[in-house]
Design a protein around this ligand. Sequence first.
Ligand code: NAP
Length: 377
Amino acid sequence: MEKRKLEKLGIETSLLGFGCMRFPTTPDGKIDEAEAERMMDKAIASGVNYIDTAYPYHNGESEPLVGKVLKKYDRSSFYLATKLPLWAVKSVDDAKRIFEEQLQRLQTDYIDFYLLHAVNKEKWEEMKALGVVDYCAKLKEEGKIRYYGFSFHDDYEVFDEIIRYRDWDFCQIQYNYMDTEEQAGDKGYALAESLGIPLVIMEPIKGGSLANFSDDINAKFREMDPDKSIASYALRWVGSHSNVKVILSGMSTMQQVEDNLKTFIDFSPLSDEEENKIKAIVEELRSRVQNGCTGCRYCMPCPAGVNIPGNFQVWNRYHMYRTYDHVKGAWEKELKDEEKAKNCIKCGKCEALCPQKLSIRDNLVQVQKDLDERIFA
Ligand SMILES: NC(=O)c1ccc[n+]([C@@H]2O[C@H](COP(=O)([O-])OP(=O)(O)OC[C@H]3O[C@@H](n4cnc5c(N)ncnc54)[C@H](OP(=O)(O)O)[C@@H]3O)[C@@H](O)[C@H]2O)c1
């Protein structure tokens, strides 16, 4: 198993971390506990020593299951990470109560890696003002947590502000070969490295999006090596960055556990040739984007209630990946019917405001048509 030294903390972690957000489930939506335990046991037996869970995962079932499974292992043989759900915290007392509950759920008296969960600008300001950021620092002084960090979902500028605010032990960011300019991105990676702050990576396969593409793109990966899974290239791309110390994968089947173990037991960074091929694939994927909506929201609010950037995001992703699976959730669940492109009344107010000068009205017609006709399977 590939291991990485976290020089700042004087410890060593397995490069593959078990993300406990995507366990297999039974038909009633509960965790399939027997299978999840088998998967965790397999990973641990193969050298995985970093387990990442959080208060809300699987509707609150993830932490108790992780506690139950890890109980049979020597407490010093693994690193346990969990997170404070900021959206449920309105006072330091809330944070205290939730932390105590987490210790109970996880059947432990300390957490190795404790994170402020999903920090963005708004939550950051709120948590600072409430004293929650300082409260978690106190948990470390008291030995209840060993390392203090945050997981991040916002733009680079916000990341820059938060990461410089205090001497964090580590932080967790979303990073993969498609998201180099999203969220913290390449700039965030470089900044953390320059500050000597070790990185834990979430969504290395972009939630599964980088495990399967349209046939033409899949063929380009297979040409490199037909025996390697497409997901393995995404994991190796992330692992080729030396300040990445843990790559969390939310594995949902034993097959995925086995495939990812194969990638990390015999880990090799990408060769220059592989890296160039992936770069070309990324360019090809990006060239399929239909319009240059940047999501700046200058066009909003729309008088007819259309979520203009939301529709364009789905549309661009649909063309990029050319499979309906990639956008099914966003189109069918996240984007409400009243926000869909079909509600456009063609007033043109948005076009006067768009800094990219997009033909928003024509594009919205096309969005609805492409998705209604399901032009890609
Ligand atoms: N702090 C935060 O705000 C935050 C946010 C997100 C995640 N996380 C943590 O980070 C972990 C990793 O994020 P993630 O779960 O989004 O990771 P990910 O690795 O990007 O995506 C996981 C998904 O990728 C697919 N996959 C994994 N291995 C595969 C393989 N070998 N072959 C084919 N498909 C494969 C599966 O998709 P299918 O199930 O569709 O097959 C799996 O559910 C989470 O589990 C969680 O612990 C934290």
